[in-house]
Write a protein of this length. Structure first.
Length: 708
C-alpha cells in the first residue's frame, strides 16, 4: 500500500476528530444563535482540559472492528456489524445517545439486536418506521469505512450499505453510502464536485437525499459567492421543520454539501462554514473534515490552530477500558492495516515494520504526530517547552519526537504518556467514558532516546507513576546520555499490590551544575509498553471515581450492566438479569488470573478471562446451584464443561483460570476442576472481568494477574 495512502488515512482520521471537537460545544445550536454569540467562528469554541468521548468517534472506531471479528473474514454481513455494536457498546449508557426505544435510532436498533432481531431488519423501515430509520446516524458513524477502502469507492459503498443498515434504512443508508464513497474517492480525486457526483452515483436518482444534494449544488452554481444566502435557501426549503424526528439526515446533508462547495477547497474555511450553519455540528463537521483531510493531506491542517489542542489524543467510551485511552495514530494504524489486508497489498517500509509492532506504541512516523505525549516538572506543566515532530534524527523510519524545555528552575523533566484518567481530567462526560489503565505492573516500558549536540548533558530513566500515592517508580540511577547516539531506555515495572498507574514515560535529570536557569532538548522514538502483567487489585484499597451525583465508577473498571459498589473492603456486583464488569488490557495473551469470590445471592457467579467485549469472552464459576463450569460467550454464553460441586452462599472461594493459547485450566480452592481446549475460533487475547446473571449478587475481595 502506498505510503501516501497511509498518511492520508491518518490525515482523515485526525481531521474527523478535529471536526468533532470543533462542533461539539455548539451541537444543536441554530445558525442565529451561533451568529449572536460568536459573530464569526474560526477556531475551537471551547478550550477543553481534555476533550471527552463523543459518539461521532466511538461509532467509526469500534463498528469497523466487525472486519477483524467476523467469522466471514472481510466478506462481512450487516449482522457482523450489528454484533460489533453489541460487543463494544455498554448497555444503554455511554458510546452514543440512549434516548429511548422509538426515540433514539441507535438505541432502538441496539435493543432490536439484543432481542434477536438480526441486521439489517434491526434498523429497517419495515421494523422501525421511516422517521426512526432516516435520522442522521447512518452517515455520522461511517467515515472509517471510506478510510479502509482508499481509492475503491465500489467497496466503500458496499461496506457502508451494510454498516448503516444495522441502525438505519432509506435515506439513512443512502447518506452512509454517499459519505463513505466521497471519503474513498478523495484519495484519488481533488475536485469537490466530482467527489459529490461520485457519491451520488451509488444512490437512487429519485431519493430525497439526491434531490437535496442536487438542489444545493444548483444553488451554488447560480450563487457561488455567498454561503449565507445558500444557508437561507436550505433553511427555508430543507430545514428541521420540514422533516420528522429529533435529527433528520436531510437538513444536515444540505449543510455538508453547502460547506464542501462554498469552502472552495480550503480545509479551515470548509469546516468553519459547516460549523456556522448550526444543527448537528459535530456530526456534520466531522464528516466534512474527514473528506477534506483525505483530499488535502496533513499539509492543509494547521498545526497550531487545529492539531496542537488535540495533541493526537482520542478518548472513547466502549466497554473495554484499555481501548478508551487511545490516540489518533493508533486509529490510523489500525485502519491502515485493515486497508492493506483488504486490498491484499503489502505495506511499504518503514510502515510494515511499524504497523506490525503493537499499535498502542508511539512511533512518531506520521508527520506532526505527538501520540499524546506530555511534559511536566515536579511543579507541573512548565511555561517554556516545545513538543514537536521532527526529521532531525530517528531510530526507526524518518521521524521522532523532539522535546525542548528552557528556563528550568530545577533540572528534572518528565516526558510521559497519560495511562489512566480520572474525572477531574475532563470538563464533562457526555458519553460516559471510563477506563482501565494501559500500563500494568509486570510490563516493560522501552524507548529510544537521543541527545542532540546542542543540548545540555543529562541522564534518563524510564518511570511510571502510581496515582494512588503519587509516587514514581523507576529503576537505578539512570543512564547518562551520549550525544548524537540513540540509547535504549527500559523499565520492567515491579509487582504492585493494588497499584494504579496513570503515567508512563521518561524522567530526565539535567547535569549542568549550579546554573539557576537550565534547559534540555532530547529526541524520543519507539516508545512501547509490552509484556504480561503481574499485579493485584485489593478492593479494600480501591476507590470509586466520582463523575456526577448519578454516576460513580469503580476505578479501573468498565461496566456493561448491573449495580456495582464498594463496601467493607469488597467489590459488589448484582443484577436483575445480568451484570458484567471488565478491567485489564484488551491485548493480553497468556496469563493466570486469580479471583477471590463470595456468592451473596442467586445461582450464577462467574469470573471472566480473554474478554474482548460484551459478547466475546470466557467465564468460569458457579453456573447453577450445585454446579461449577466453564463457558464461552460468543454472542451468548454456552457451557463448555461442567462438574458437580456443592457450593454455598456466603462462603469465600478462590477461582484460578490459566489461559495458554487455546487452552484453559480452571481450579477452585487449589484443586484443578476443568481443562478445556477451544478449537472453534478461540479468543486468543483479552482482558479480565466478573459477571453475574439471573438476579444474582456476588462480592469480590481481590483479583490477581500473573505471568505464566
Amino acid at each position: 500500500m502506498k505510503a501516501e495512502y497511509i498518511e492520508k488515512i491518518y490525515a482523515g482520521w485526525l481531521a474527523k476528530i478535529i471536526g468533532i471537537r470543533l462542533g461539539a460545544p455548539i451541537e444543536g445550536w441554530t445558525y442565529q444563535r451561533i451568529q449572536n454569540v460568536f459573530e464569526e467562528l474560526h477556531h475551537y469554541p471551547k478550550d477543553f482540559r481534555q476533550f471527552a468521548a463523543d459518539d461521532d468517534s466511538n461509532g467509526p472506531i469500534f463498528l469497523i472492528r466487525a472486519l477483524e471479528n467476523s467469522k466471514n473474514g472481510f466478506d462481512i454481513t450487516a449482522q457482523d456489524v450489528g454484533e460489533a455494536l453489541l460487543n463494544y457498546a455498554p448497555f444503554e449508557k455511554g458510546f452514543f445517545w440512549w434516548g429511548g426505544y422509538g426515540t433514539s435510532t441507535e438505541h432502538t436498533a441496539y435493543l432490536n439486536l439484543r432481542s434477536g432481531i438480526r441486521a439489517p431488519q434491526s434498523g429497517s423501515i419495515a421494523q422501525n418506521g421511516s422517521t426512526m430509520a432516516e435520522q442522521i446516524g447512518g452517515q455520522i458513524f461511517i467515515d472509517s469505512w471510506g478510510l479502509v477502502t482508499p481509492g475503491n469507492p465500489d467497496l466503500a459503498a458496499k461496506y457502508a450499505a451494510l454498516a448503516a443498515s444495522v441502525t438505519h434504512d432509506g435515506n439513512g443508508v443512502y447518506g452512509g453510502i454517499f459519505i463513505a464513497v466521497c471519503i474513498s474517492y478523495a484519495f484519488v480525486e481533488q475536485n469537490i464536485r466530482s467527489m459529490i457526483e461520485k457519491g451520488l452515483s451509488y444512490i437512487p436518482d429519485g431519493c430525497e437525499y439526491t434531490r437535496v444534494v442536487r438542489a444545493v449544488m444548483d444553488f451554488h452554481q447560480e450563487h457561488p459567492k455567498d454561503w449565507r444566502s445558500c444557508f437561507q435557501f436550505v433553511f427555508q426549503n430543507f430545514g428541521y421543520d420540514k422533516y420528522p424526528g429529533n435529527c433528520h439526515i436531510i437538513p444536515n446533508v444540505a449543510v455538508i454539501i453547502l460547506a464542501l462547495l462554498y469552502g472552495n477547497g480550503d480545509f479551515s474555511d470548509t469546516l468553519n462554514i459547516c460549523n456556522m450553519c448550526g444543527w448537528d455540528t459535530d456530526c456534520n463537521v466531522g464528516n466534512v473534515a474527514t473528506i477534506m483531510g483525505v483530499r488535502g493531506g496533513l499539509e492543509v491542517i494547521d498545526d497550531e490552530k487545529w492539531r496542537k489542542p488535540i495533541n493526537d489524543i482520542l478518548i472513547c467510551s466502549s466497554v473495554i477500558g484499555s481501548l478508551n485511552i487511545s490516540d489518533i495514530p493508533y486509529g490510523a494504524g489500525y485502519l491502515a492495516k485493515l486497508a492493506a489486508a483488504i486490498a491484499k497489498e503489502k505495506l511499504e517500509e518503514p510502515w510494515d515494520q511499524i504497523l506490525n509492532r503493537p499499535l498502542t506504541g508511539c512511533h512518531f512516523e506520521y508527520p506532526g504526530s505527538t501520540h499524546g505525549m506530555r511534559v511536566r516538572t515536579e511543579e507541573g506543566e512548565p511555561d517554556n517547552y516545545c513538543l514537536r515532530n521532527t526529521t532531525e534524527a530517528a531510530f526507526t523510519g524518518k521521524r521522532s519526537l523532539s522535546m525542548a524545555v528552557s528556563k528550568l528552575q530545577e533540572g528534572r523533566v518528565f516526558l510521559y504518556r497519560k495511562t489512566y484518567y480520572v474525572p477531574s481530567d475532563f470538563d464533562d462526560s457526555r458519553y460516559d467514558p471510563s477506563f482501565s489503565p494501559i500500563v500494568y505492573p509486570g510490563q516493560t516500558i522501552t524507548g529510544k532516546v537521543y541527545l542532540p549536540q546542542d543540548s545540555q548533558p543529562c541522564k534518563v530513566r524510564a518511570y511510571v507513576r502510581n496515582v494512588l500515592d503519587g509516587k514514581i517508580i523507576t529503576d537505578g540511577e539512570g543512564i547518562v546520555l551520549e550525544r548524537e547516539k540513540w540509547t535504549d531506555v527500559s523499565l520492567k515495572v515491579p509487582f504492585l499490590d493494588s497499584g494504579l498507574l496513570d503515567e508512563a514515560g521518561f524522567v530526565f535529570d539535567v547535569l549542568c551544575g549550579a546554573e539557576k536557569s537550565q534547559s534540555l532538548r532530547v529526541l524520543l522514538d519507539d516508545f512501547y509498553i509490552e509484556g504480561t502483567p503481574d499485579y493485584s487489585i485489593q478492593f479494600a484499597k480501591s476507590r470509586e471515581d466520582y463523575w456526577s451525583p448519578l454516576r460513580q465508577e469503580i476505578s479501573q473498571f468498565t461496566k456493561l450492566k448491573g449495580i456495582s459498589y464498594l463496601v467493607d473492603g469488597r467489590l459488589h456486583l448484582s443484577c436483575h438479569d445480568f451484570g458484567e464488569m471488565y478491567t485489564g488490557g484488551y491485548d493480553w495473551e497468556d496469563y493466570t488470573a486469580i479471583f477471590r469470590v463470595r456468592p451473596e445471592q442467586g445461582a450464577h457467579h462467574m469470573v471472566n478471562v480473554r474478554v474482548q467485549g460484551a459478547i466475546r469472552s470466557y467465564a468460569a464459576g458457579f453456573t447453577e446451584q450445585g454446579k461449577f463450569g466453564f463457558c464461552k460467550n460468543d454472542h451468548g454464553y454456552q457451557v463448555l464443561e461442567e462438574v458437580a460441586y456443592a457450593w454455598n452462599l456466603g462462603e469465600d472461594y478462590e477461582i484460578v483460570v490459566t489461559v495458554i493459547g487455546d487452552q484453559f485450566i480452571v481450579s477452585l480452592n487449589g484443586k484443578q476442576m476443568l481443562q478445556y481446549t477451544d478449537l472453534e475460533s478461540p479468543f486468543l487475547t483479552g482482558s479480565i472481568g466478573i459477571s453475574v446473571a439471573e438476579g444474582s449478587h456476588s462480592s469480590y475481595e481481590s483479583i490477581q494477574v500473573h505471568p505464566m
